[in-house]
Design a protein around this ligand. Structure first.
Ligand code: GLU
Length: 511
């Protein structure tokens, strides 16, 4: 009974939030617009039915509270989260405008060369440029050539590694593959001191991981499983395919990958009875899987969301698989730029020679940038530039959290939690009259006029407790010396209540 009543109240509250002109009904476009601004579309499974129902209504249909209740009956919670700014990026609209700005800025770059050692890749259009992102709540945004497909190439490596981990477990997999950056090119003819590939993010390691997967199956089935995995990770977004042309083209200049295979076989790195030709063939197939930036961003978001696809809620990878994968993407995912990337960008990522970069911001979002021209290390020129710009603006580096008071922005909902804690620290210092602590907080940029939920400020507390030196300091620092708390009281009221005459004099401005 309580739940039903609660549901009704929440529905009415949501409806009132939409019906801002108090007309008793809202246009269906109002609801669609609000969802769109939050980054939610029909591909999000929790909203698909709602979108279908709304689409069936006539173009200018008005929705009253009863109809709204009917439409939202099964979607109230996610809809409330979305309309009340409780998604992981509450102001998604503003965040996307920033992404657009960075995109247009990056689009002006002209440098780089398309990879041509695989003939099919050499045909890529150098002007193509697309960026997509998907948050762990399934908010999506794309800009640029987002309908063009491209091959994952090396970005298949995290997925091959994850599959091997899930089938064989960490111990067995790492009996065949190391976990150190190689410090050399992705296809360098080199193994570690144990005669194993350095890590699963370079060719040798991915070939080894491919040999471990479903060894009992033929390549047709292994490829079908891999495509199925990408489909699940990307929330069944359309656009996952396979480029036969690329696959055939990969076989041509494959000497280096064959050489790596034979080198590993010579070192007895493979499990017994490994069919090397079949293994290499499967690895090339995985590189030739095709998708769009939107699908890749959602797959990255699945990694950001501990293996659960944000669009479908389906568990695609176990959380410990994702943790292992992200750790190696962080240290080894960007070719011979990995150390510099970890230092400056500080995020797990994987790059591919088709010009795509898949970036994971754990617990926040997955991001994909695709632009074919590459720098000398094999990374997309625009991709790297875009990320550098993004990281200049936002506190997304893994260790930006230690710079709590830096000037980078953070669009995450939790930001308010940090702000709230800092306000409490300030108010606590004020109530104790701890001028030193208040000076320290001011020095690191804390807003001395910030208030708690009750509208209480440092000045209210210092005045109430009679801390004259602190009051003297605060009134010189802040503009408004008569802020109202939720009961309508100013700091002067507090000082009068405590009979602190010097402070009363100061705050009333009289002698
Ligand atoms: N298929 C490519 C190769 O094995 C993948 C290279 C890459 O994207 O790093 O050479």
């Amino acid at each position: 009974m309580f739940t039903v009543e609660n549901h009704r109240l929440q529905t009415e509250q949501l409806f009132r939030g939409l019906d801002q002109d108090h007309q008793g009904s809202v246009d269906k476009q109002t609801i669609l617009y609000r969802l769109q601004r939050a980054g939610i579309d029909h591909t999000h499974q929790l909203f698909t039915e709602l979108f279908d129902q709304l689409t069936q209504l006539p173009e200018h249909a008005r929705i009253d509270c009863a109809l709204f209740a009917q439409l939202t009956e099964h979607h109230l919670k996610p809809l409330a989260k979305c309309l009340q700014g409780e998604l992981i990026i509450p102001d998604f609209h503003s965040f996307c405008r920033e992404i657009e700005t960075i995109y247009h800025h990056t689009a002006q770059l002209q440098s780089g060369h398309i990879a041509n050692y695989i003939p099919e890749l050499a045909k890529a259009d150098p002007t193509k440029f697309a960026v997509s992102l998907c948050t762990v709540d399934g908010q999506q945004f794309s800009i640029g050539d987002t309908n063009s497909g491209f091959c994952v190439q090396s970005i298949c490596k995290p997925f091959i590694y994850n599959t091997a981990l899930e089938q064989l477990g960490e111990t067995k997999v790492h009996q065949h593959i190391g976990r150190e950056p190689s410090g050399q090119a992705f296809n360098e003819l080199t193994l570690n001191k144990k005669g194993l590939p350095h890590n699963p993010m370079i060719n040798a390691g991915a070939i080894m991981a491919a040999s471990l997967i479903s060894a009992d199956k033929g390549n047709a089935d292994r490829l079908a499983d891999m495509i199925g995995l990408w489909q699940r990770a990307s929330g069944n977004l359309s656009g996952i395919g396979f480029s036969n042309a690329t696959h055939v083209s990969e076989l041509d200049p494959a000497d280096r990958n064959y050489a790596l295979g034979y080198f590993m076989r010579e070192n007895q790195a493979f499990p017994p009875n490994t069919n090397l030709t079949q293994t290499l063939e499967f690895y090339f197939q995985c590189c030739s899987i095709e998708l769009t930036t939107q699908a890749l961003a959602c797959s990255a978001a699945t990694l950001a969301n501990a293996g659960i696809c944000p669009l479908t809620g389906q568990c695609v990878f176990a959380a410990d698989t994702v943790k292992n994968c992200l750790s190696l993407m962080y240290s080894c995912g960007m070719y011979d730029f990995s150390g510099e990337w970890a230092f400056t960008i500080g995020l797990p990522a994987k790059s591919g020679v088709s010009g795509a970069i898949m970036v994971v911001i754990p617990d926040l979002l997955g991001l994909t940038i695709w632009s074919p021209p590459l720098d000398t290390l094999g990374n997309s020129v625009k991709g790297i530039h875009f990320c550098q710009q993004l990281l200049q603006t936002y506190a997304f580096h893994n260790y930006d959290s230690v710079l709590k008071y830096g000037d980078k922005r953070d669009p995450r909902r939790q930001q308010h939690g940090w702000q709230f804690n800092i306000t409490l620290t300030l108010l606590d210092a004020a109530s104790r009259g701890d001028l030193d602590e208040v000076l320290r907080l001011a020095a690191i940029g804390v807003d001395l006029s910030s208030a708690d939920y009750d509208g209480r400020t440092a000045l209210h507390l210092a005045a109430a407790e009679g801390h004259l030196p602190l009051v003297c300091y605060l009134i010189k620092q802040i503009d408004d010396i008569a802020p109202l708390d939720r009961w309508g009281n100013t700091p002067l009221d507090d000082a009068q209540r405590g009979r602190h005459s010097s402070i009363i004099t100061l705050l009333s401005g009289s002698d």
